[in-house]
Design a protein around this ligand. Structure first.
Ligand code: RP5
Length: 159
């Protein structure tokens, strides 16, 4: 079974990253969650980046705030697609530190960066990546999108 690896730099990122975990579980996708700090546990970061693909993980979602090196460093080590979630942490400079340190990757080492605290979209994007080669997941995404459309149509009634 395909797994998505969700990692974050600190447990303080969990309230944001939980949205990725929840949406993936809603699509019945297996999620492996861990705390991996680029600065406080660099050896764990190296092991994670080098070996995640050998454990059945197909996509990595990495969230971090401040000097947010986790997504980029994991992308440098792993052959898997990495989705970066900039987290607006307590001491952040309005979140721009998180956004720019994840977004501005050098050529050759992509990180698909979502919006500030955009973990929900990271989860959906990971599901879509898996869905491109898994009809069962793709069908769930089609239903999810139909649900979005239905909500807008419902909200447009009785204006
Ligand atoms: C980053 O520093 C983490 O990703 C978190 O967003 C931020 C603050 O971490 P804590 O000091 O709350 O552990 O490494």
């Amino acid at each position: 079974m395909s797994k998505v690896g969700v990692i974050m730099g600190s447990k303080s990122d969990l309230p944001v990253m939980q949205e990725a975990i929840d949406i993936l579980k809603g699509f019945d996708i297996e999620v492996e969650v861990d705390i991996v700090s680029a600065h406080r546990t660099p050896d764990k970061l190296f092991d994670y980046g080098k070996y995640a693909h050998e454990r059945g993980i197909k996509v990595i979602i990495a969230g971090a705030g401040g000097a947010a090196h986790l997504p980029g460093m994991v992308a440098s080590l792993s052959p898997l697609p990495v989705i970066g979630v900039p987290v607006k942490s307590r001491n952040s400079i309005d979140g721009w530190d998180s956004v720019l340190s994840i977004l501005q990757m050098p050529g050759g080492v992509p990180v698909a960066t979502v919006a500030l605290d955009g973990a929900k979209n990271a989860g959906i994007l990971a599901a879509q990546i898996l869905g491109s080669s898994d009809q069962c997941i793709l069908d769930k995404i089609i239903v999810y999108k139909e649900g979005l459309k239905a909500k807008v149509e419902e909200s447009a009634k009785n204006l």
